[in-house]
Design a binder for this molecule. Structure first.
Ligand code: FMN
Length: 341
């Protein structure tokens, strides 16, 4: 069945219902396949960063799989890694539904999910069955009921519970859907990140594990002049890298009619996120792990992030509009099987 037809059917459903139906069905199919069949036709172009071997550079962005229930599915789509979560210490329902909307004329998605997730222990259980050859990152958040000044306790609790279950962690201080969360980018970021990077080193030693890299995910909405300062603060705190970027709260120009609540994702993020990656690479030097994310929907948009200095690239919204063939299409072209569009 062509994705154009399937998309018509899925778009008749409310966005979150369609997401759940499509992802659960695909995961059920993918998990029935032996690993060799699941990876058939997938572009393997292995790279290694921070001691992690990634089968290829394209990953599934945070938010698609909040429960760790789409690992075989992500692998079968052809991704080289996934980032699950955001996870919070206690499970929480998130904001009331509806909380996810599509804007086909902009190929965009708006969401105000609010970190709906089953909690750190449930995620640990789900990840205990993860495929061993598929890197998994965990996106860390805080519970809605935790006051901002105690946010560090939540991030640390998740890190401790999940340390042995992930290859890397991403500190999410950039979601627009948890009240005040983005303030953590402005004040106390140094303390928060130092605490988490130190705890990561201690946990590695305690459990005799390879130290898990800790990255920080940034908002695209900060003033441009503060990005370098923010990056320097994070690097001084011992952070291993960056994810740029999360969804935007801005509604510029042609997006002005889209309701203000929630974060917007898709093509409108792309150019700015690429600029952020370029600047982050300049500040961070060659050692940091930088993941570009925002509006990837074609081989060219994927390549833009790599050209700007990203080691890895992620996507989410592109999958909604372009369908499951997008991952293989991007990677095949990147491997030189096709011509740049
Ligand atoms: C429905 C939805 C839920 C999301 N949830 C999270 C989340 O929990 N944590 C996070 O860091 N980013 C979350 N994101 C942001 C994505 O990871 C990504 O940064 C953003 O969508 C930009 O990429 P895209 O244009 O390829 O979608 C979410 C995005 C969407 C659409």
């Amino acid at each position: 069945m062509s994705y154009t037809f399937l998309r018509k059917l899925l778009f008749m459903l409310e966005a979150e219902t369609a997401h759940t139906l499509a992802s659960q069905s695909f995961e059920t199919l993918a998990s029935c396949l032996p690993a060799s069949l699941r990876r058939m036709g997938v572009c393997e172009a292995p790279v290694e960063f921070k001691g992690i071997r990634f089968p290829n550079r394209l990953g599934l962005a945070a938010g698609f799989d909040k429960k760790g229930h789409f690992l075989c599915g992500a692998q079968a789509l052809g991704f080289g890694f996934t980032e699950v979560g955001a996870v919070t210490p206690k499970g929480q329902p998130g904001h009331p539904k509806p909380r996810m909307w599509r804007y086909p004329e902009h190929r965009a998605v708006r969401n105000k999910m609010g970190f709906n997730n089953p909690g750190a222990w449930a995620l640990a259980r789900a990840l205990s069955h993860r495929p061993s050859d598929f890197p998994v990152g965990i996106n860390l958040g805080k519970n809605a009921t935790t006051p901002l000044e105690k946010a560090g306790d939540d991030y640390q609790a998740c890190l401790e519970t999940l340390y042995g279950y992930a290859d890397f962690f991403v500190v999410n201080v950039s979601s627009p859907n948890t009240e005040g969360l983005r303030n953590l980018q402005e004040s106390g970021l140094d303390k928060l990140l130092s605490r988490l990077t130190q705890r990561s080193a201690e946990l590695a030693e305690q459990f005799e594990l390879k130290a898990r890299p800790v990255l920080v995910k940034l908002s695209p909405d900060g003033p441009a002049e503060s990005l370098s300062a923010l990056a320097e603060t994070a690097l001084e705190a011992g952070i291993d890298g960056f994810v740029a970027a999360n969804t935007t709260s801005k509604r510029d120009d042609q997006y002005a009619l889209i309701p203000a609540e929630g974060g917007l994702s898709g093509p409108m993020l792309h150019d700015h996120a690429v600029d952020m990656v370029r600047e982050l690479r300049q500040v961070a030097g060659s050692e940091s792990l930088i993941i570009g994310c925002g509006g990837v929907r074609s081989p060219q948009t994927y390549q833009n992030f790599l050209d700007a200095g990203a080691n890895l690239v992620q996507l989410y919204t592109g999958l909604v509009y372009e369908g499951p063939g997008l991952v293989r299409k991007i990677l095949k072209q990147a491997a030189g099987y096709g011509r740049a569009q």
